[in-house]
Design a protein around this ligand. Structure first.
Ligand code: FAD
Length: 413
């Protein structure tokens, strides 16, 4: 059967937070826009209530602030996205971790004027903040960031999809870009299961699942996997609305109270070799140790009822910074991927600038550091190649550690 040929100004591949924001900004510029996503959106459980600020990569504080303004605009419109100031608490259990918290605090104060955050060492005060009768004996101090924003991820995606349709864009769920047609330096067609899309501009917003298309296009933007484990539980004693996190050198444990009465305990092992896998299998050992780690901080969790357990994927870049901009290797390909674990808040700002870049060819100098070709250029100031190579050690170790059940690449899912 011959496939339909669809012509648009811009096609955005990937309809999650980055893709939807980008498409919306492009549609508002009177472009004919089509978004294609391989899942039926809202079906995947990978994302949960999102905290917009607290885990921000320190290199991006300034940009994050500009992005936050966009989220706050939405809050002012009184939209039902549960955007709220929840605050977050980060714990330290030893001297080294205390030093880390102090560094974060210093950087927050340096970059974010009037950002309300402080460190408390008084255990009684920590208990009061948590409304907890008990906290773990090992807890030495906590960094309190009062102004962290939180929002409901699914509600946000729903809102963006509605806005897209209102602005005349098309959205295709459950379809996938499986191949490309190439001529010289141009992508002349995107082949999906149903159609062939001809687009003047193509935006790659494929997040954690970008590897297949990058390989097909022979673009060496290094992305390695990190698996997150999520444990859903209910507890007779509800935690307060803060987001609690505890960082080790391998990863981060997060506890979030959800609005539906359930709670999430998330372990994201960005530096953890055992988690550097595209597999979505649950590793029971990881689940057990995550629960034990959090019980060290909040003994109340010992009595929690576990309801569900699942995993999600993250794509990690060697310098933990996204790939954003036009790649010089194709005339019509723009990239907005690699948002690692904590850059949800950047999405609207990146999208707005992507739309400007496509529509008016205006570059934002703030975003030049995210050049998607940075690991492919020899003359780049920072030795990105060395960074990328050091990441390959993880891949080598991973091979040694990975067990027989694990799948080699995302396309196997
Ligand atoms: C458990 C967990 C908790 C997190 N918590 C936070 C948090 O508190 N704060 C924060 O800032 N960030 C958080 N993050 C990170 C945040 O979710 C990501 O930074 C963000 O989702 C990246 O968005 P994205 O649009 O780039 O990619 P994704 O959300 O990965 O979406 C990419 C989309 O592209 C689609 N796609 C891929 N390939 C194709 C193809 N070939 N054809 C069609 N469609 C395709 C996929 O189906 C997917 O819908 C968390 C992540 C996880 C997993």
């Amino acid at each position: 059967m011959e496939k339909d040929i669809i012509k648009v100004d811009s096609c955005v591949i990937g309809g999650s937070i980055v893709g939807l924001w980008t498409a919306l900004d492009l549609a508002k510029k009177a472009q004919k826009v089509l978004v294609v996503d391989k899942t039926y959106i809202g079906q995947e459980k990978s994302n949960v209530d999102i905290c917009i600020n607290h885990m921000c990569n320190e290199n991006m504080y300034d940009i994050a602030l500009k992005a936050q303004e966009k989220w706050l605009e939405l809050k002012e419109h009184n939209l039902d996205l549960n955007i709220e100031l929840r605050g977050s608490l980060s714990f330290a259990l030893n001297h080294e971790e205390e030093d880390n918290l102090n560094t974060i605090l210093r950087k927050q104060k340096q970059h974010i004027e009037n950002f309300e955050s402080f460190i408390i060492k008084d255990k009684q005060a920590i208990k009061t903040l948590l409304k907890a009768r008990e906290i773990g004996e090992q807890v030495r101090s906590a960094l309190v960031s009062v102004e962290d924003l939180s929002l409901n991820h699914q509600a946000c995606l729903d809102y963006l999809r509605q806005q897209l349709i209102k602005n005349g864009a098309q959205f295709w769920g459950s379809d996938e870009v499986i191949d490309v047609e190439l001529k010289d330096k141009k992508i002349t067609g995107l082949i999906t299961k149903e159609s062939i899309i001809k687009a003047d501009n193509i935006v790659l917003a494929t997040g954690a699942k970008s590897k297949i298309l990058l390989d097909r296009l022979d673009l060496k933007m290094p992305l390695r996997p990190a698996r997150a484990h999520i444990v859903e539980y209910t507890s007779k004693t509800q935690l307060p609305q803060q987001i609690l996190n505890y960082k080790t050198k391998f990863g981060e444990y997060i506890c979030k109270s959800m609005l539906n009465g359930r709670n999430h305990l998330i372990y994201t092992g960005l530096e953890d070799q055992m988690q550097a896998t595209w597999s979505r299998d649950i590793n029971q050992q990881v689940v057990n140790s995550s629960i034990l780690e959090m019980i060290r901080i909040l003994p109340i969790l010992e009595y929690a009822d576990i309801q569900d357990c699942y995993t999600a994927q993250l794509a990690v870049t060697p310098d933990r910074m996204p790939f954003f901009g036009k790649t010089k290797f194709y005339d019509n390909l723009y990239v907005n991927i690699g948002l690692n674990s904590s850059n949800y808040m950047l999405a609207p700002y990146f999208a707005q600038n992507m739309a400007k870049l496509i529509d008016k060819k205006v570059k934002n100098p703030d975003l030049a550091i995210f050049n998607p070709d940075r690991f492919m250029l020899d003359d780049y100031k920072i030795d990105y190649k060395a960074i990328a190579e050091s990441e390959t050690t993880i891949q080598t170790l991973l091979k040694e550690f990975s067990d027989a059940n694990e799948q080699p690449a995302p396309e196997e899912e």
